[in-house]
Design a protein around this ligand. Structure first.
Ligand code: KIV
Length: 336
């Protein structure tokens, strides 16, 4: 059948399963022990990184409170608020990713009354999240119960929970003692029992990641939790090598983002300084009538040839990649 046959008969082009919008029910029972593929989660905090995540076909985007450290320059995650996370969730959502958007509930957004907790979770949903994540174990069951009662899916987060940095004495690997491991497994079971659809397990020895994964029938998503969890998550800036100051053991850099960007910006700076940027190619040319009216029709006033319509100024500018073709002639910042 040709594509026109297909149009004529009203057939819909099926998207490959992996390119459809991911939703919570798809993930709830996804376990490697059942033969399911490992789940892929990555953080993203803005529309371009969400577009990259979509092109890369990831399953879930976490708009993590790690934004505090990798984007906003803080030393820990305690500084961001619900409004900050909502702002970044909304930016990610505008890119319409196929991945499930998980909004991270920041510190002090669920350590408050259940009414306020649900209100805060709802703020992230209204910004575009399809689920929320929060740190903590059995102690957070009442908060989670209230959020789920409001029909908001919850992903939990145990092990190294960065919001507890002051209690833990820093970002320290957890589950080093048998009692702590048993407690973590009990926490995981309580979180499954209350209805969490997935569980992040961060910063624990691999055997602990495996034991927690074996103990529950919801998927575990590891970050520094070994190779046996049901999925993995990495922070975007770590993964692409944009964060290049510190590399925890669990990070693998798949790119040289920082070096690539320094090279690009340095090349731009050198071109500006040498006069190699901009050239006529990157310059709007005035129409001959305007040159004439301005008394500038002298040779060399307009060094590049106009297009067939007598001007090469009428093309859509496509500024910042977001303006549809056929838009206004505005050159954007600074006016014409
Ligand atoms: O905020 C975040 O990015 C996270 C991941 C590290 C799991 O919580």
């Amino acid at each position: 059948m040709t594509s026109s046959d297909s149009k004529a008969s009203g057939d819909k082009q099926e998207k490959p399963a992996s390119r459809r919008k991911r939703t919570v029910p798809v993930f709830r029972n996804s376990k490697r022990r059942n033969g399911d593929e490992p789940l892929v989660m990555v953080t993203a905090y803005d529309a371009p990184s969400a577009r990259v995540a979509t092109e890369s076909d990831v399953d879930m985007i976490l708009v993590g409170d790690s934004v505090a450290m990798v984007v906003l320059g803080y030393d820990d995650t305690l500084q961001v608020t619900v409004d900050d996370i909502a702002y970044h969730v909304a930016a990610v959502a505008r890119a319409k990713p196929t991945a499930l958007i998980v909004g991270d509930m920041p510190w002090m957004s669920f350590h408050v009354s259940t009414t306020e907790t649900v209100h805060n979770a709802a703020t992230l949903v209204r910004a575009g999240a399809g689920a929320v994540k929060l740190e903590g174990g059995a102690n957070r069951v009442p908060a989670i119960e209230a959020i789920i009662a409001a029909e908001i899916p919850v992903m939990a987060h145990i092990g190294l929970t960065p919001q507890s940095t002051n209690m833990m004495g820093g970002f320290k690997i957890q589950g080093r003692q048998a009692t702590a491991v048993h407690q973590m497994i009990e926490d995981a079971k309580a979180l499954e029992e209350v209805g969490c659809f997935a569980l992040v397990v961060e910063g624990v020895p691999d055997v602990v990641g495996r034991m927690v994964t074996d103990a529950v029938s919801i998927p575990t998503i590891g970050i520094g939790g070994g190779a046996d969890t049901d999925g993995q998550v990495l922070v975007y800036h770590d993964l692409i090598g944009l964060e290049n100051r510190f590399k925890p053991r669990f990070v693998r850099r798949y790119g040289t983002g920082f070096d690539d960007q320094v090279a690009a910006v340095s090349a731009y700076a050198a071109d500006v300084r040498s006069g190699a940027f901009p050239t006529a190619e990157e310059t709007y040319q005035a129409k001959p009538e305007l040159l004439e009216a301005l008394g500038l029709t002298v040779a060399g006033a307009n060094s590049s040839p106009p297009d067939e319509a007598g001007s090469n100024q009428t093309e859509a500018t496509g500024l910042y990649g977001s303006q549809p073709a056929g838009g206004a002639e505005s050159p954007g910042q600074g006016g014409a």
